[in-house]
Design a protein around this ligand. Structure first.
Ligand code: HEC
Length: 105
């Protein structure tokens, strides 16, 4: 069940990412998104995201620390990098949760 929920969330996020490209303003502020990552995901899930990030995100370059990028920047970069790292939607959602929960404010 949990797995299905995370996949559904991943799809929802991708859809939202597509539609938000056309929109001129985003409804959720960066602070809202950070809070969402901190509350929607458990500490254990974010830790799993961190492990996935360490394992998959330094194959081509150094590990970019979460606090070196803003929420907006991560939202921009992650879809591209998730594809490069060949992450599943579920893995990508966990990596995103970890990075954005700790992003630059
Ligand atoms: C197959 C190689 C590859 C993998 C795997 C990869 N990246 Fe990258 N990454 C690149 C390349 C090439 C660039 C520079 C060009 C660009 O920005 O697209 C880059 C740039 C970046 C940047 C800097 C972008 C900027 O403009 O500041 C960040 C942050 C980043 N990657 C994060 C990640 C994360 C997080 C992951 C894991 C999900 C990841 N990368 C996995 C190849 C990769």
């Amino acid at each position: 069940m949990k797995r299905i929920y995370i996949i559904a969330l991943g799809i929802g996020v991708s859809l939202a990412a597509c539609t938000s490209k056309k929109a001129t303003t985003s409804t959720a502020s960066p602070a809202d998104v950070v809070k969402e990552m901190q509350t929607k995901y458990t500490e254990a899930q974010r830790e799993e995201g961190k492990t996935l990030w360490q394992g998959n995100c330094q194959k081509c370059h150094k590990l970019y620390q979460p606090e070196t990028r803003t929420v907006g920047k991560w939202e921009n970069v992650l879809p591209r990098m998730n594809k490069r790292a060949k992450l599943t939607d579920e893995q990508a959602a966990l990596v995103r949760a970890y990075l954005i929960a700790n992003a630059k404010v």
